[in-house]
Design a protein around this ligand. Structure first.
Ligand SMILES: Cc1cc2nc3c(=O)[nH]c(=O)nc-3n(C[C@H](O)[C@H](O)[C@H](O)COP(=O)(O)OP(=O)(O)OC[C@H]3O[C@@H](n4cnc5c(N)ncnc54)[C@H](O)[C@@H]3O)c2cc1C
Length: 314
């Protein structure tokens, strides 16, 4: 934990702010609610921007400079540094919402606890081990091992679902976090992207934006994993396309026997993979349709509630 705090000071402060906000929300004492509200705001307005500046100066900028020569890595590091830079300027928003900016810097330290977002205190569960496979082969071995030992597998994407979706029914089950399976590649024709399940929308959007592209259907924010989003078949602002499944061309999965399978919409199991919380297998990667990333202009039209349906249809 100390090593994590030294390596990720901003993430550690962000977690502190988050914990204070949650403690305040869950407390019945008005004194405790007030103390948490004040302390979380003070930290987000003072300690948080100072740590952002320190990590930007001594870690993010040097890492970007060291990556000069490797264009892809350099742009990735530069994007990270830019995120810190913008957060310093937007940190005064912490006065209104203490975790509003710091929430984008949360990292889960390696631990033996499954902590679903926002409901950690209610559903969080200590487990014997959380495994982080770095290859498909490793993942297949874990599934086969679970089968042999007759254990349940609990799959974690970004772990943001606010319930027990990622929590095993007891501590000795096998918990697999896919965050290291996060590779992303754009097809040569620019029409689809092959994305591993542990990648987040943030990672995907940054990679696609570098090529002038964007994903089509996703949640309103970018913190979720592709696997977890398929697990619940998310929807978003691009409602005219329907749910995420409408943009998935094919899937790669590991089935309950540990077999690697490629699924296209013609396969019966393809549809079983959407919104079923991983019950039919583990999504390893997806081929997602992408679109050109064009600047949008937000417009609002005020209408009477009685005219809404006709207006919306139009
Ligand atoms: C603040 C907030 C805003 C939200 N906004 C929206 C929204 O705009 N639209 C919307 O549709 N939803 C929204 N949601 C819900 C969100 O989309 C789901 O909770 C989503 O599953 C989170 O993704 P995750 O990576 O954190 O998944 P996790 O919580 O890690 O996992 C979700 C489920 O998918 C399973 N799973 C994870 N990875 C895989 C995999 N590789 N293969 C198979 N199964 C897997 C898990 O076992 C679990 O059952 C929101 C949630 C929050 C907290």
């Amino acid at each position: 934990m100390t090593a994590f705090a030294i390596r990720h000071p901003v993430a550690t402060v962000s977690r502190g702010i988050e914990d204070l906000v949650i403690k305040g929300l869950n407390s019945k004492s008005y004194l405790m609610k007030g103390a948490c509200a004040v302390l979380s705001r003070v930290i987000s307005l003072t300690v948080f921007p100072i740590f952002l500046l320190l990590e930007l100066t001594f870690s993010r900028i040097p890492k970007a400079l060291l990556a000069i020569g490797n264009s892809e890595k350099f742009h990735r590091k530069l994007d990270k540094a830019a995120k810190y830079f913008f957060a310093i300027f937007t940190s005064p928003l912490g006065l209104h919402s203490p975790e509003g900016v710091s929430g984008f810097f949360l990292k889960t330290p390696p631990s033996h606890e499954v902590r679903p977002f926002g409901v950690e205190a209610v559903y969080g569960q200590k487990v014997d081990q959380i495994t982080y496979p770095k290859s498909i082969l490793e993942l297949q071995q874990l599934v086969r091992q679970a089968k042999e030992q007759k254990k349940q597998i609990s799959i974690m994407g970004a772990g943001m679902s606010q319930g027990t979706q990622t929590v095993p029914h007891n501590s000795s089950q096998i918990v697999i976090c896919l965050k290291h399976l996060n590779s992303i590649s754009l097809a040569p024709d620019g029409q689809t992207a092959q994305v591993q399940a542990g990648a987040t929308w943030e990672q995907l959007q940054i990679a696609l934006n570098n090529q002038g592209k964007s994903s089509i259907v996703k949640q309103a924010s970018d913190i979720f994993s592709i696997g977890g989003s398929i697990g619940i078949n998310c929807h978003g602002w691009a409602h005219e396309y329907g749910a995420l499944s409408s943009t998935v061309e094919s899937l790669e999965i590991i089935d309950a026997s540990g077999e690697f399978r490629r699924l296209s919409p013609a396969d019966e199991q393809f549809r079983c993979m959407f919104g079923t919380l991983g019950y039919f297998g583990i999504v390893v990667s997806a081929s997602l349709k992408v679109t050109d990333n064009v600047p949008l202009i937000q417009k609002a039209t005020e209408i009477h509630i009685d005219d809404f349906h006709a207006h919306y249809q139009e």
